[in-house]
Design a protein around this ligand. Structure first.
Ligand code: CUA
Length: 315
């Protein structure tokens, strides 16, 4: 018998399924109730005499209030329950294992922070929250792991993130769930969930090119970014040390948060958000760096911390 339901292999899976079965239960209950009443009333009150005239029915307060209040309460339960599951899915825990993914016609490419690269296969440890930071190189794809109840559209030109915490070792299907061209149906892969020590062994076995951040550092020098972005504040571009996560004042008086999307945009479209106090002289690197190289540069910027802690200003 083909399995009707995918395995539950993440912390979120039982929560999603519980809500789903609750909704299904309500739908079945009311579906049967209404269908049953239709049949029952049709039989009970069918016209026996061709000249029969119906009786006038006046409102019944208890009934009116009942069929207003009960559905209201049921929908509020669905709303509160649904929101709590939604928020849990939308907010990853503080400490996550971050992995980058790039969708491309027709494959999934993954990059681990330590430098391992994989195609159509992703190795993760069991029992740890994993955050995927995803983008597309061409069209819209969709990252879908049924066993984890995780699904997200992956869009070109921006980063979306999803998280999951695998609960059991094994191999689980990864699908592209957005029609993306001829070989869409072949854009499939596997998530390999491993015991933590097996995963450590796998990690050390695969590293060769160094971490993502170090690859980004090499690229940073190769592209001569380091001539303007210097750590000593004497460069023509802003200092990048301690930038990631900070709030950046912009020329137009507004501010921006230096997240992955901001750094990506600043590399591809430098004039979009010019930092206050700087000239818009940076050239675009559109077409010069691939999506994967952008991820390396972002990891490099994330890794930049100045040696001395920033002095705190007392007012
Ligand atoms: Cu990628 Cu469908």
């Amino acid at each position: 018998m083909p399995p009707l339901f995918p395995e539950q292999a993440s912390t979120m899976a039982p929560r999603v399924d519980a809500l789903y079965f609750f909704l299904l239960g309500i739908a079945v209950f009311f579906g049967l109730l209404i269908a049953g009443l239709i049949v029952f009333f049709a039989v009970k009150y069918h016209r026996r005499d061709p000249h029969a005239v119906g009786t006038n029915v006046h409102g019944l307060m208890v009934l009116e209030v009942g069929w207003t209040v009960i559905p209201f309460l049921i929908t509020m339960v669905i709303f509160v329950w649904g929101s709590s599951v939604y928020f849990a899915m939308a907010h990853p825990p503080e400490e996550t294992l971050n992995i980058y993914g790039v969708g491309k016609q027709w494959m999934w490419k993954f990059q681990h922070l330590d430098g391992q690269r994989e195609i159509d296969e992703l190795h993760v440890p069991v029992g740890r929250p994993v955050k995927m930071i995803l983008t597309s190189e061409d069209v819209i794809h969709d990252f879908f792991v049924p066993a984890f109840r995780v699904k997200a559209d992956v869009l070109p030109g921006r980063y979306v993130s999803v998280w999951f915490q695998p609960t059991k070792p094994g191999r689980f299907h990864l699908f592209c769930a957005e029609y993306c061209g001829t070989r869409h149906s072949g854009m499939i892969g596997e998530i390999v969930v491993m015991d933590p020590n097996e995963y450590e062994a796998w990690l050390t076995g695969g590293a060769g090119e160094g971490s993502l951040a170090s690859a980004g550092g090499r690229l940073f020098n190769d592209l001569a970014c380091n001539t303007c972005h210097r750590p000593d504040a004497q460069g023509r571009g802003p200092v990048l040390e301690n930038l990631f996560g900070a709030t950046v004042p912009l020329q137009n008086g507004s501010t921006a948060t230096a997240d992955e999307a901001y750094i990506r945009e600043s590399i591809l479209t430098p004039s979009a958000k010019v930092v206050a106090g700087f000239q818009p002289i940076m050239p675009t690197f559109q077409g010069l760096v691939t999506e994967e190289q952008l991820l390396e540069l972002i990891e490099y910027v994330k890794s930049l911390h100045s040696q001395t802690p920033q002095p705190t200003v007392n007012k």
